[in-house]
Design a protein around this ligand. Structure first.
Ligand code: ATP
Ligand code: MG
Length: 398
């Protein structure tokens, strides 16, 4: 490669990084911080599973203010304050009930299958349901990180990503894991961000996999990290990179549930099939080698960016349901113009403010809520909350 080619590649990187930064700055205007919008009473009613009139009355009581009966928008904090008023004071948070931290990993070999979109929307839904969520970005592309308004190319280094943990573990240095869990503009969500420097974690785990592993097996490092911060969260959501790698494997070792997003096309499904083949052989070899199974209690296929008007997608979804039954989440995540528009760190369905396209928006929002409600049911079932708890292998493998 010539010096001028190298220079050309550097220029491409610099221009695209600057464009990414500019997009994030524009989306974070006016004060360079993303902020969370308020929610209409109808949205709050859907999220709180309560009629709109009851939400309106509770909001008036919350503010001891007759005028607020005409209030039409609620903040995130107000919605959380309304929850016990509407559903009873009993906490639904996990430590109060002695339940284990739930760890849901979004993973598939296939790139662009909506792992990041699925994990970010899931984290936001769970936060809206009043849970304390830690979103762990284990993809050095940093897409989930960008979604939360941080620039993965300039704001993340080895010290601020999961690589800080693997570095410290490899060097035998103590590290307070809490320092890696950053607040976000979503009150219920903390983020372990990622960017290119996360590659150091991949390298560190690989070195330990072939050399002296240390007191914790390298594949158990995410589980070890989460264990030290678990009292602060109810649910950890993990976004992973496409393909098999050390960090993705560490996510499998920590996960109590996995969600496998796929588009309803033959190429995506072929790749998803290979992913399940990998899971099956990996899980059985781990059990043989370690004498214990991975802690995965549920696994679901999430059909993403689904267009019901496309007959081939419709046919493939029907086939998936027919063959794999409840392993396929009951609702697909509908294709949405909001997600498809260009932008870096762009708005999610929960952040987007619909204006002229309210009907289309509501249709997509309903699909996203149904997807996430089904994942939450799996989480709660794994906690043993629903009567008649089913076996831990339900829905695990097609
Ligand atoms: N429901 C949807 N409607 C429209 N576009 C979508 C939808 N879900 C995802 N997309 C778009 O598809 C692209 C890939 O999605 P996403 O980044 O979530 O996939 P991924 O699996 O995380 O990708 P990677 O393998 O690179 O990490 C993004 O541009 C995203 O905006
Ligand atoms: Mg991604």
């Amino acid at each position: 490669m010539t010096a001028s080619q190298v220079e050309g590649f550097r220029t491409i990187a610099a221009v695209l990084r600057a464009a990414g930064r500019a997009a994030i700055e524009a989306e974070n205007a006016p004060d360079k911080r993303k902020r969370l919008r308020s929610f209409s009473l109808a949205e709050a009613a859907q999220l709180l599973a309560t009629p709109t009139a009851a939400v309106r009355r509770a909001a008036a009581r919350l503010h001891h203010d007759a005028q607020s009966a005409s209030r039409t928008r609620l903040t995130f904090a107000e919605m959380q304050a309304l929850r016990p008023m509407l559903h009873g004071a009993k906490s639904h948070r996990r430590p109060d009930r002695g339940e284990e931290l739930s760890v849901v990993a979004f993973t598939n070999f296939k790139g662009g299958s909506a792992k990041t979109t699925g994990s970010v929307h899931c984290a936001q839904y769970l936060a809206l349901q009043g849970y304390r969520v830690l979103l762990v970005d284990l993809d050095s592309q940093g897409s989930a990180t960008a979604q939360f308004g941080l620039d993965p190319s300039s704001e993340i280094d080895v010290r601020t990503s999961f690589a800080a943990w693997t570095d410290a573990q490899e060097a035998g240095r103590p590290l307070d894991a809490r320092s890696l869990c950053q607040r976000t503009y979503w009150p219920g969500i903390h983020l372990v961000p990622a960017g290119a420097p996360l590659a150091a974690a991949e390298d560190s785990l690989s070195r330990r996999a072939v050399g002296a592993p240390g007191p914790v097996l390298p594949f158990d490092e995410l589980a070890a990290f989460l264990q030290t911060v678990e009292e602060n969260y109810d649910i950890a959501v993990v976004d992973t990179r496409p393909d098999v790698n050390m960090l993705m494997t560490a996510a499998l070792h920590a996960a109590t549930g996995i969600v496998v997003p796929t588009r309803a096309t033959m190429t995506d499904l072929a790749s998803t099939g290979e992913f399940f083949a990998h899971l099956a052989s990996y899980m059985s070899s781990v059990e043989e080698a370690l004498g214990r199974p991975l802690p995965i209690r549920f696994a679901r296929i999430l059909v993403s960016a689904y267009d019901p008007a496309d007959r081939s997608q419709d046919a493939l979804l029907a086939l998936l349901r027919d063959r794999f039954g409840p392993t396929v989440l009951p609702a697909p995540f509908l294709h949405s113009r909001v997600m498809g528009t260009a932008g870096f760190g762009k708005e999610t369905i929960y952040e987007y403010e619909p204006s002229t396209d309210r009907t289309a928006y509501t249709r997509v929002l309903t699909s996203v809520n149904a997807v996430n409600a089904a994942i939450l049911r799996d989480i709660e079932e794994a906690w043993g909350r629903t009567p008649g708890r089913v076996s831990t292998t339900k829905g695990s493998m097609p």
